[in-house]
Write a protein that binds this ligand. Structure first.
Ligand code: ACO
Length: 476
């Protein structure tokens, strides 16, 4: 194989194949191997897609080595600090933070669709009492296809739009009902006079026999957690949503498949596993050093759950934000939890230990999130459901992008495609850093940063660092 600026030439027998270089706006470039099979009769072998980009995308950008995560160009830290889940959902799905008017419309449309069809409601009665809420969630989402048969065409923008709004509106109701079912309490109808996150908490923890006061501290913390989980490039569940959708399966069917992919303990199920791990350490006398010893010697397959990431070989930026929130929330709720102290100590020990340093194992998004959910009153079986609520706008955005442009042609060199992990090549905007000055809603203008200009502050694309190539099909 020889290499030049325009790509590489692959020689096999007496054949030569040019593999053109596809530039991305930031990070790694890619070689286009789309003609390989046809020209050589051979394929590439790349388990886990560690070296293979699967799509072009303009949604999310991750630099795992540098610990960077951006949605549509906005750093996650700014969105978590200054945005709301609804604003972030709008950003992911439609490509821009909403104006005040757009936000009002989006909010109103979602509130209007929170109710479940009564027949779908009765569906919950068919599951066993001890059913895990994740398969209940995926089944109910799949069943939405049967209730909205007139709006399943992936190529009709109006039908896609109404399905988008229905999913955003109904998933919190479905999630709350899955929980109510598991504890044998009556379902509460949604209250469309209150916002999405408040409504979800009320339907989950409220009872029809007494008023439920929604705690603003919990609302803020949950809203932030949903933002942090909202998208993460081509991870296991998102790739599943795209793959299922690529057969032109409707949005409900595709998202239902994504929920099932998220259910696994190496993906969305890790937050539940972290809590069980911390409880076990506590029950065994709280000896963190002994637990770390077992992990390092891989005794009984022990792993430090909530550590390590297929893409982040640095501190997961989401974990840093969640750690702070966990500390503040538990303090303000008066739940100083012994498990949080064990988690802090575990992190301290692991981050200074050669085993973890050599393998670049750092806390991931799930290391602290379970402690927050627990303090809020959610049982561990609901943790992954909360992850799904957060990831929903990302799945929708990725599905819509795939349907609208399943395989766009390689871009001209100036158009700024970029690649995400597992691999995505995408159109420029996501690789550009947007700053808070771009915040466009009235609420965001109070974020205390550069000011409300209504224009994006973009980092110009450098001709020498043209793009980022996605990593593996991992669990993020
Ligand atoms: N604890 C102890 N050792 C670990 C851990 C861990 N959490 N993670 C990886 N390692 C070790 C492996 O045993 C391996 O060691 P070896 O070189 O001696 O064989 C080495 O680190 C590399 O491990 P890989 O499995 O190749 O790492 P990979 O990047 O493929 O795995 C994964 C990523 C699956 C997330 C892994 O780190 C893990 O299982 N973590 C725990 C589960 C978890 O927290 N998942 C949540 C991910 S974030 C999310 O989905 C939202």
């Amino acid at each position: 194989m020889s290499n030049d600026a325009a790509g590489v030439v692959l020689r096999t027998g007496d054949k030569e194949l040019q593999l053109p270089l596809v530039e991305s706006t930031e990070g790694n470039n890619a070689y286009d191997v789309s003609q390989l099979l046809e020209e050589t009769g051979n394929v590439t072998l790349d388990p886990g897609f560690v070296n293979t980009a699967s799509c072009r995308s303009a949604i999310t950008y991750i630099d795992g080595d540098a610990g960077i995560l951006r949605y549509r160009g906005y750093p996650i830290e700014q969105l978590a600090e200054n945005s709301t889940f609804l604003e972030t959902s709008h950003l992911l799905i439609y490509g821009e933070l909403p104006t005040a008017q757009q936000l009002e419309n989006f909010d109103a449309r979602i509130r209007y669709h929170t109710l479940l069809h009564e027949d779908l409601k009765s569906f919950f009665g068919g599951f066993p009492r001890d059913a895990h809420p994740m398969p209940v969630l995926s089944s109910a989402v799949s069943a939405l296809s049967t209730f909205y048969q007139d709006s399943l065409d992936p190529f009709d923008p109006e039908q896609v739009e109404i399905s988008t709004v229905r999913l955003m509106a109904k998933l919190p109701t479905i999630a709350a009902y899955a929980y109510k079912k598991s504890i044998g309490q009556p379902f509460l109808y949604p209250d469309n006079s209150i916002p999405l996150v408040e409504n979800f908490l009320r339907m989950t923890f409220g009872l029809p026999v007494e008023p439920y006061e929604v705690d603003p501290i919990m609302v803020k913390a949950l809203d932030q957690l949903l933002i942090l989980h909202a998208d993460h490039e081509q991870n296991c569940s998102t790739s599943t949503v795209r793959l299922v959708g690529s057969s032109h399966a409707n949005l409900f069917a595709s998202v239902s498949a994504g929920i099932n992919a998220l259910f696994g303990p190496l993906h969305g199920g890790a937050n539940q596993a972290v809590l069980y791990m911390l409880e076990k350490i506590k029950a065994d006398g709280g000896d963190v050093d002994e637990f770390v010893r077992k992990v390092k010697s891989k005794e009984g397959g022990a792993k430090l759950m909530g550590f390590g990431h297929r893409v982040y070989k640095n501190y997961d930026p989401r974990a840093a934000i969640i750690k702070k929130t966990a500390d503040q929330l538990l303090e303000s709720l008066g739940h100083r939890d012994a498990l949080l102290d064990i988690a802090f100590k575990l992190e301290q020990v692991a981050l200074s230990d050669g085993y973890f340093i050599e393998r670049k194992l750092y806390p991931n998004v799930d290391f602290y999130s379970g402690l927050i959910y627990k303090a809020m009153g959610f049982p561990p079986r609901m943790f992954t459901v909360l992850f799904a609520l957060g990831r929903l706008p990302g799945w929708i955005a990725q599905w819509r992008e795939m349907i609208q442009d399943p395989d766009p042609p390689p871009p001209p060199p100036t158009s700024g495609l970029r690649w995400g992990h597992r691999a995505q090549v995408r159109a420029g905007v996501q690789a550009l850093t947007r700053r808070c000055s771009a915040h466009r809603t009235a609420r965001l203008s109070s974020c205390g940063c550069a000011g409300l200009t209504g224009a994006f502050t973009r980092r110009p694309r450098s001709p020498t660092s043209p793009g980022s190539v996605a990593g593996p099909l991992g669990v993020q």
